[in-house]
Design a protein around this ligand. Sequence first.
Ligand code: ZN
Length: 294
Amino acid sequence: MPELPEVETVRRGLEPAMVGKRIAVADVRRPNLRWPFPEGMADRLTGARIERLRRRSKYILADLDTGETLLIHLGMSGRMLIAPPRNNGAKEAARDMLGDFHHLHPAPEKHDHVVLDMADGTRITFNDARRFGAMDLYATEIGETHKLLALLGPEPLGNSFDESYFKAALKGKNTPIKSALLDQRIVSGLGNIYVCEALWRTGISPLRKAGDLSGKRIASLVPAIRQVLSEAIESGGSSLKDYRQTDGELGYFQHSFAVYGREGAPCKTPNCAGDIKRVVQSGRSSFYCNTCQR
Ligand code: ZN
């Protein structure tokens, strides 16, 4: 499942293709993904200009000049793919003016559920084989009161996620630190991969009770989380199953994993003779070294 770095990579890829550009034709090719699409979505998108492309947690938010925001969630297997027009000749441009985009791109494929033909001929396709993704349209002015955004905790790369916030948020928590970090109300955008990696970097066991961690150890998690996310964004995210960047390329942070998916392999901590263990916590695998993570 795409986590914050993958979603941010997709957002950055989409930015030059979408911001300041007008959607000439929106083609919504099925009634729903995880949830039904909002009513009249194709009509509400057609003709709209995208003013800003933001990210909140694992959501991409496109602010439109119509006063609405398009919310995009990639779910498990969703991809946003950008295809430049096949041909930019003068004759083609003349046809583009008439809103005929079909000759510029191959026909949509089976899992291409939403197709946005931008006025410059670029095609942006939301492809989602497993259909856990989602799109919604809402009035931009309601801001973070949208039901999917209202309960989200601070952004881990933002200024409000700091030592004092994090200490207060974990105080008295009886859950393992692993579960607390996956709780989107405490900090938003983290998933299994980056939580495992951040815990390894700080030498904290995923089994350790959140409320029992010393202030110093909690404080050490803040830069570790920021660092692992930033490095992953630099690498274009991690491609495990379905995730692709907007140009169809894989991310490559999976080659830098210290613990995730490395059960039985030697620990990468200098001078640690341990190997990586896997335990299941709340139905999710935690990978860690029980020699240097305490
Ligand atoms: Zn170790």
